[in-house]
Design a protein around this ligand. Structure first.
Ligand code: HEC
Length: 396
């Protein structure tokens, strides 16, 4: 990072970016996205500006304080709803912690917690509705739009920081990376870089960037997927920050999110259903029942239907119960049922799916049983052969 500071006039750049972001008059949702973006930058950069209670980089420190003042302004502009007062308080507490030059880990956690709270309260979509694209999908786009500043392999250059530094990238969630490519939420990149990118392209670029830090690295041990099931699927893979995880989980997440196409096989199909239902629930709570309905149906067709027959075989009563839950959720959304009833239907369905997941786990005894059957068969075959040979010999 100090190397990076010397490469380009960061101070001027940051000052300009602050000035630009203060000018626009974007819509409400983008106010929340901007606040979340600024908070995650503070989380990542604070350790570079303050160390052991002392300011090491005055310019960066001042910029962070200005950015936080901007966050407070943004939060106050956001529509009032239950939880906003607490959010405002947590931003003020964060400001206090930075003013007192507190410990970096503490500040990072507070800043990230505030970023997450903004996202939850204002239903920012922090995870793509469908699966993440493979790292290769945006490789050409990266070379065309990004490599001039960040280097062909993310090694950095005179005009942009390195993106292949695993330690720094571990502080960002995939969504945080995605957000740096949002022309409204982020003002570091000029409009020429990201103005016309679709959401799908930005997710694909986020994955391509995430891949740079683990290019050539070995995949993590398969059992880690069982230890951290929420991280091999969405939304966990997009919203979790490696730096907040135990060491093995952090290393695994860095690799998984840079290689989502190779992780797909590790994910239980019903985990995908739950990810989609979470998104549906968020859309419903935000008052968008059309999107909610669409996602529920996607979860049903893409995730649940392919596993229904297996569940039917293992646990018919549970399968019947789930059929009822899907139906009442569908009817509730379509028929504009009272919100409490729809939320209850979401909860019932998700709880039922958790049960179904354990029912669909491979039965532990299956394999030994096959093994013994095969051994028995082989022994019988061998014995038969010996007997037959013996008989032939005795006949001669
Ligand atoms: C004109 C040069 C330039 C181009 C082109 C460019 N960037 Fe950047 N990028 C920067 C600068 C400068 C920063 C900000 C450094 C800071 O303030 O931390 C940055 C920051 C980032 C960050 C945050 C990294 C960090 O450590 O803070 C990501 C991720 C990123 N860029 C990705 C991309 C992607 C993907 C593209 C292509 C779509 C792209 N950039 C195109 C110059 C550029």
């Amino acid at each position: 990072m100090p190397a990076r500071l010397s490469i380009f006039p960061l101070c001027l750049l940051l000052w300009l970016s602050g000035a630009v972001s203060a000018q626009g008059d974007p819509e409400r949702e983008s106010l929340a996205a901007q606040a979340s973006n600024l908070l995650s930058y503070i989380a990542v950069d604070y350790a570079d500006s303050v160390r052991e209670g002392e300011v090491r980089d005055q310019c960066l420190y001042e910029q962070q304080r200005r950015n936080l003042a901007r966050v407070l302004e943004l939060v106050r502009q956001l529509p009032d709803r239950p939880g906003r007062a607490a959010l405002e308080r947590s931003v003020l507490e964060l400001d206090g912690a930075i003013a007192e030059k507190r410990d970096a880990v503490q500040v990072r956690r507070r800043a990230n917690a505030a970023a997450d709270r903004v996202a939850q309260l204002y239903q920012l979509q922090r995870s793509p509705a469908r699966m993440l694209p493979a790292a290769g999908e945006a490789r050409a786009l990266y070379q065309k739009r990004c490599a001039a500043c960040h280097g062909a392999r993310g090694e950095g250059g005179a005009q942009g920081p390195a993106l292949d530094d695993a330690a720094r990238m571990a502080s960002f969630s995939l969504y945080d990376i995605y957000n740096t490519l949002d022309p409204i939420a982020d003002s570091v990149h000029s409009a020429a870089v990201d103005r016309d990118l679709s959401s799908r392209q930005r997710w694909a670029l986020a994955v391509t960037v995430a891949h740079l830090a683990v290019a050539g690295a070995e995949p993590p041990a398969a059992e880690l997927a069982e230890r951290y099931p929420a991280l091999v699927g969405l939304p966990g893979m997009a919203t979790a920050r490696p730096v907040e995880l135990p060491r093995d989980g952090a290393a695994a997440l860095l690799w998984w999110r840079g290689n989502p196409d190779r992780v797909r096989a590790l994910e239980h199909p019903l985990a995908r259903v739950d990810g989609l239902l979470q998104l549906a629930e968020a859309a419903y709570r935000a008052g968008d029942s059309t999107t909610a309905y669409y996602r529920v149906m996607l979860a049903y067709r893409r995730g649940y239907l392919p596993r229904r027959a297996a569940l039917q075989q293992r646990d018919p009563p549970l399968a019947a119960q789930l059929a009822g839950h899907w139906e009442s959720l569908r009817e509730g959304i379509l028929g504009n049922a009272p919100e409490a009833r729809v939320m209850a239907a979401f909860q019932q369905l998700r709880a039922g799916l958790v049960k179904a997941r354990t029912r669909l786990e491979p039965v532990a005894d299956d394999r030994p049983l096959h093994f013994w059957a095969a051994l028995l068969f082989a022994t019988a075959l061998g014995l038969g052969l010996v007997l037959w040979l013996g008989l032939r010999r005795s006949r001669r």
